[in-house]
Design a protein around this ligand. Structure first.
Ligand SMILES: CC(=O)N[C@H]1[C@H]([C@H](O)[C@H](O)CO)O[C@](O)(C(=O)O)C[C@@H]1O
Length: 333
């Protein structure tokens, strides 16, 4: 009886050790992260995120998977950023300026005609102490850990009538996302701003419910807006960036080796993201012209002076923090 009891307890010990996996504890555990984004599967954004999902699945040998929810399935960017903040969504894409809904002074990142180029925007965010402070606030106060910042194109204005100069925009019903900077752009150039969800824009243009919209060339292509618009004016009014945001709480739940895989995957996806948007800006003008769209190049000086009061408003609303950020951006030129 004693021998049987001894054998049984040895067996229990062996089984316990196997069950725990010894030093391999956690290594066999599987993790799934949810990634939500506004654009659909034809977009560059989706392609880059898919590249990330494929990368992590392969490098982690199936231990880390990313399930992608495109096409605003989980809501628009504002809702998804808020879900990441609360911890109910793991990953999303967001413009730095959009985070200004929560960290007020960050809204300067989407003001029209603030940056000379994407490089200028990137330097302002990563290389100035004010930019670094913002990144810190995002992570420490809002649960947004920025794993990469990519270029998402410069916004242009498409329409059903030619925009040769700013005066041609007077009274035009211009669809914009429901974001202050875009509303300000439409209003300041004399158009009538019409906010609406991204998923409804094609139909609104097709039925002439609105006269035009503004988005980067890549989005005009992937959402097929060029099929229902005859003109694109190169207004280059907002430089869009795109942060790959992971919830700090989701990040902290991952074992270190999977954090490394995720960070490397996002870095590579961010690079492809930027390359796709930069490449499109070189090739899409010809593409749209071949499709019968006329491209116009209005004088941008009038646009820039029309938007100057919006910069002044920003400074008066954001006080010292806003003034410092504006100076930092100027110094990064
Ligand atoms: C990250 C993200 O979702 N970006 C979306 C932006 C932002 O919502 C907007 O610029 C406010 O910041 O709006 C669009 O350009 C748009 O609706 O036209 C679609 C784009 O996918």
């Amino acid at each position: 009886m004693k021998r049987i009891m001894g054998l049984l307890s040895t067996l229990v010990m062996v089984l316990t050790l196997v069950g725990c996996g010894g030093s391999n504890e956690g290594k066999s555990e599987k993790h799934e992260l949810k990634f939500g984004l506004t654009p659909g599967v034809q977009s560059n954004e989706y392609k880059a995120v898919k590249e990330l999902a494929d990368y992590v699945a392969e490098k982690s040998e199936g231990r880390l998977t990313i399930r992608i929810y495109p096409d605003s399935q989980l809501g628009d960017d504002r809702e998804m950023i808020s879900q990441v903040k609360e911890g109910s969504l793991d990953l999303t894409l967001a413009e730095t300026g959009r985070l200004g809904l929560w960290v007020k002074e960050a809204e300067i990142f989407q003001l029209p005609y603030v940056f000379d180029s994407y490089d200028h925007l990137r330097r302002s965010l990563y290389e100035t102490s004010e930019g670094k402070d913002l990144l810190k606030k995002f992570e420490e106060e809002n649960n947004w850990k920025i794993l990469a910042n990519a270029y998402n194109g410069s916004r242009q204005t498409s329409s059903n009538k030619a925009i040769e100069s700013m005066a041609d925009m007077r009274g035009m019903k211009l669809r914009v996302p429901n974001a202050q900077a875009n509303l300000d752009y439409a209003r300041s150039v004399g158009a009538s701003p019409t906010p609406m969800a991204f998923t409804e824009v094609y139909l609104a243009l097709q039925t002439n419910a609105v006269d035009g919209q503004e988005n980067p060339l890549s989005a005009i292509k992937s959402s097929k807006f060029y099929e229902v618009q005859s003109y694109i004016a190169m207004t280059s009014h907002i430089i869009n960036d795109q942060n790959y945001i992971v919830g700090k709480s989701s990040w902290d739940k991952l074992p270190e080796d999977l954090q490394k895989v995720l960070a490397e995957g996002v870095e590579a996806a961010g690079r492809s993201h930027t390359e796709m948007f930069m490449g499109d800006e070189k090739s899409l003008i010809d593409y749209f012209q071949e499709k019968g769209v006329t491209i116009t190049n209005p004088d941008l000086e009038a646009f820039k002076s029309a938007l100057k009061p919006v910069h002044n408003e920003y400074v008066s609303e954001n006080g010292e923090a806003g003034r410092k950020l504006l100076e930092a951006i100027d110094s990064a030129r």
